[in-house]
Design a protein around this ligand. Structure first.
Ligand code: DGL
Length: 273
């Protein structure tokens, strides 16, 4: 039986906020993280480009023996996941799995909102895909979802400006735009894996008493449950406790920056995709 690490993918650093929570919940497995830093951000790109880039990264992780891959990127989950699951996986290897972060997040939203009004903060790509509107409606038809694209937030995080006055300006700006849509919103979903680094400032600028959902904390228990329900796949995920990191751009930049997202030191390797 072929075994391999669990692959975790993001356009850049953001997916590390998800990996950090997954590793806490499921420490025994091997993990291989791929950040496509050379081509980040994905959020402003076309459907075709996001799909093409995501598929290339998924194929690379399969070559590294990953049997299960988590797209720890909302933009890729929104724009590429369905095509990969339905068109590509049957051709590549139907026994392998690629999972996203949108469905597990949509599944728990009803446990948090009391007013039935939820605010979804994401990239242009995630918002324009309407994936959250669709997935939340399937699970909770009565919940009203208000979306807000926050195109400046990923660049602030990627460029280490997330503690600056500029970050305050753009956080206040997009939250104002969101709460103008409805003052009844009581739950905010950080629907971009970069946004947990902005959570303190988001809390500061959001109205008091708002619940803010950090996606990694949702995806990790959901993955644990998935592995329990799919023993045939679980046994193909190797358990050596290793964490490996690969990036399509400079490894020194990655190592310097990535620990902010992951919470501990990282030593990455370069990969050309
Ligand atoms: N981290 C990605 C997400 O969750 C977005 C970053 C990007 O725009 O590439 O959507």
């Amino acid at each position: 039986m072929i075994q391999g690490p669990i692959g975790v993918f993001d356009s850049g650093y953001g997916g590390l906020t998800v990996l950090k929570e997954i590793v806490k919940e499921l420490p025994d497995y091997d993990y291989l993280y791929l950040g496509d830093n050379a081509r980040t951000p994905y959020g402003t790109r076309s459907f075709e480009t996001i799909y093409e880039y995501t598929l290339e990264c998924v194929q690379h992780l399969f070559v590294q023996n990953c049997q299960l891959i988590i797209l720890a990127c909302n933009t890729a989950s929104a724009k590429a996941l369905r095509n990969i699951q339905q068109k590509d996986l049957p051709k590549i290897d139907p026994s392998k799995r690629v999972l996203g972060v949108i469905r597990p997040t949509a599944e728990i939203i009803g446990e948090h909102t009391k007013t039935g009004h939820v605010g979804v903060l994401g990239t242009n790509g995630t918002v324009s895909s309407e994936s959250y509107l669709i997935e939340i409606k399937k699970q909770f038809p009565n919940i009203i979802v208000h979306q807000q694209a926050c195109p400046m937030w990923v660049p602030l995080v990627e460029n280490n400006e997330y503690n600056s006055a500029g970050a305050d300006y753009f956080i206040q700006k997009y939250l104002d735009e969101l709460f103008t849509q409805s003052s009844e919103i009581d739950t905010l979903l950080l629907a971009c894996t970069h946004y947990p680094l902005l959570i303190d400032k988001i809390r500061k600028h959001a109205p008091n008493g708002i619940t803010i959902l950090n996606q990694g904390e949702v995806v990790a228990p959901s993955l644990k449950d998935y592995l329990r329900r799919h023993p045939e796949l679980e046994t193909r995920c190797s358990k050596g406790g290793t964490r490996d990191f690969i990036t399509t751009d400079s490894t020194s930049n990655f190592d310097n920056h990535a620990s902010l997202f992951f919470g501990s030191a990282i030593k990455s390797e370069f990969v050309h995709i």
